[in-house]
Ligand binder design. Structure first.
Ligand code: ZN
Ligand code: ZN
Length: 376
């Protein structure tokens, strides 16, 4: 994290209180949040998940507190969590941290919720310490907060989008015939860091038939002249927000049938990004692209949902998927990434991150969406 003003904007101090309110509304007695995206969202504290317990405890009707191993207390106090005015309690190596939390919860605690990624061993230890209480998932209450992004969060996603766009713009430096997907991916990963990310989260280089497998990562296949190549890349910026963008390239002139398929896909993806607005439901937005792809005869080859929310995690709510009647709201950020995959031959996907705004939608990835034909 860079400067304090920016940090305050991205991780404002009132979130713990809002989570407490949401927990109360959901009839929960307490939220228990261990290191991960939820903890960072609520406190700005980027703690590592380790075997010792670090846990933000948010009782519905009492003051929240943060439990940390004694040896982590100084680090926790120095983190943004230290400026929230909540108590930070250290425990010694010989203390039972779970008992310590249980003793401090109100005696009548019957329902608590844990962050969705809490380690099973920690959840089981909490269940042992609170034998009369039932455990649920905090994601149900926290997703409602996290998926409605603040202006500062949208700005952070915009910066992440610009960073990954810089990598796509350089693809011709690395994507050439005679090189393996793995060699290309190594260069792309270096460029993801050089573009301003703190970590590389994934690099998919799917050349020729490998492009027909949406989550193919890399292999030792050598890229050949005429190959279409799906490149799906993303990372996390130092302030915690993720990027994710796919472009499909051709190395030299691709088969004519690939061009036809790409044109259908491009039309569908553009229609979908153009349809983003408050009130449209996730399933309606999915259908905008799926119907066009099906009408062109490729329906059975669009084998995944349209997209996923993005923020402190690459995949989070809201999911843009058939069956979700969730209406989009200003501040929601998600991918729009239809794809068409012909097994054994080739595939194509175009992915932009979009944000729902008051007026409609904004794309955060701005590289061209026409097929980029690189020199063979
Ligand atoms: Zn992606
Ligand atoms: Zn994605």
């Amino acid at each position: 994290m860079s400067d304090a003003t920016e940090e305050g904007g991205l991780y404002p101090p009132e979130r713990v209180a809002r989570a407490q309110e949401a927990a109360r509304d959901a009839g929960l007695d307490a939220l228990l949040v261990t290191p991960g995206a939820d903890l960072r969202y609520l406190t700005g504290y980027q703690a590592l998940p380790l075997e010792r317990l670090t846990c933000l405890v948010v009782p519905a009707e009492a003051d929240p507190f943060l439990v940390v191993p004694a040896l982590e207390k100084a680090a926790a106090e120095a983190s943004p969590a230290g400026r929230l005015g909540i108590e930070i309690t250290g425990f010694a190596e010989t203390d039972d941290a779970y008992e310590l939390v249980a003793r401090r919860l109100p005696p009548g605690t019957t329902r608590f919720a844990v962050d969705n990624h809490m380690w099973a061993e920690k959840l089981l230890a909490f269940q042992d310490a609170l034998p009369r209480a039932r455990a649920g998932l905090a994601g149900d209450v926290l997703a409602g907060l996290r998926m409605r992004k603040s202006a500062a969060e949208v700005e952070a996603l915009r910066r992440a989008g610009a960073a990954i766009d810089r990598v796509h713009r350089r693809m011709g430096e690395w994507l050439r015939p005679g090189r393996t997907e793995r060699e290309i991916a190594r260069d792309v990963a270096d460029a993801i860091l050089a573009a301003g990310h703190a970590t590389v989260d994934f690099v998919i280089v799917g050349s020729g038939p490998n492009g027909a497998s949406p989550h193919h990562e890399v292999s030792d296949r050598v890229v050949r002249a005429g190959d279409p190549v799906v490149v799906d890349i993303g990372g996390t910026t130092p302030d915690g927000y993720c990027s994710d963008s796919t472009r499909t390239y051709a190395v030299g002139e691709p088969p004519a049938e690939f061009r036809e398929l790409y044109e259908v896909l491009q039309g569908a993806q553009a229609a979908q990004t153009g349809a983003v607005r408050p009130g449209i439901t996730a399933q309606e937005l999915d259908a905008v692209g799926r119907d066009r792809i099906a009408a062109a005869g490729y329906g059975e080859h669009f084998i995944h949902r349209t997209g996923h929310g993005i923020g402190l995690e690459t995949h989070e709510e809201p999911y843009i998927v058939a069956g979700s009647a969730r209406p989009l709201e200003p501040g929601m950020a998600f991918s729009v990434e239809p794809g068409i995959y012909l097994p054994g031959r080739f595939g194509a996907r175009i992915e932009d991150i979009a944000v729902c705004t008051e007026a409609g939608g904004e794309r955060l990835n701005l590289t061209g969406r026409d097929l980029v034909v690189l020199p063979a």
